[in-house]
Design a protein around this ligand. Structure first.
Ligand code: 13P
Length: 225
């Protein structure tokens, strides 16, 4: 049984009350020891979730879904890596929804990765093409998420998970470029999680839609082992 990272990307969902209900339901489960479970929460929930986890001694970790490319300062509306670091260990960077809806370039993503690293956050960088790795260098303490936009469950009526053989090929190409952990994201659910985790060099998964309801996320965790 290999160790696996399971990221729950809540995207722009959940109020504090929703988060409390989710945590109450998920936290009564016994989590398999080999799973590292990380909630990627909206900024507004980072404080609440990290406090809840500490107070209840839960084996859950916290990450943000984005950070500013700048250090703290006169950047209205931005949340810096050092602000996030008070509550979280990880930050997602360069999700395809940010690349397409907010015009994030590889250059901006590189700046965010540098900000995360200098603040002690572990960057989880989303890519869908090998060329998006170019600016990142070859040997960093980062996690690469292979997440093809067409595989994201909310991307349209034809959304479907990437073929595991193609995930395997893509992951080998990543490994030739960079020594980092690699996870897969896109329509991961309780039925397919085992198959993705069994791919050589896949260290975990990035779950979107199926992480929102406590029971569907619990089913994913149960089937991951
Ligand atoms: P789905 O799991 O809903 O396909 O979302 C994937 C995703 O975008 C996670 O970052």
């Amino acid at each position: 049984m290999k160790d696996a990272l399971i990221f729950a990307n809540w995207k722009s969902n959940k109020t504090k009350n929703d988060a409390k209900n989710w945590l109450e339901e998920v936290s009564v489960q016994i989590f398999p020891q080999n799973l590292e479970i990380v909630i990627l929460a909206p900024f507004t929930l980072l404080d609440f979730i990290s406090s809840y986890i500490k107070m209840n001694s839960l084996l859950l970790k916290v990450g943000a879904q984005d950070i500013s490319p700048f250090e703290s300062g006169p950047y209205t509306g931005e949340v810096s890596a050092s602000q996030v670091k008070e509550f979280a260990e990880f930050s997602l960077i360069g999700h395809s929804e940010r690349r397409s809806n907010f015009g994030e370039s590889n250059e901006m993503i590189q700046k965010k990765v540098e900000r995360a690293e200098s603040s002690g956050l572990i960057p989880v960088v989303c890519i869908s093409r090998i060329s998006q790795l170019e600016s990142l260098g070859s040997n960093r303490d980062i996690i690469i998420a292979y997440e093809p936009p067409f595989a994201i469950s909310t991307s349209g009526p034809d959304a479907s998970p990437e073929n595991p053989d193609l995930v395997s090929e893509f992951v080998q190409k990543i490994k030739e470029k960079i020594q980092s952990k690699v996870i897969y994201g896109g329509s991961v659910d309780a039925q397919n999680i085992k198959e993705y985790l069994s791919i050589e060099n896949v260290d975990g998964v990035l779950v979107g839609g199926k992480s929102l309801e406590p029971q569907s996320f619990i089913n994913i965790l149960k089937n991951a082992v």
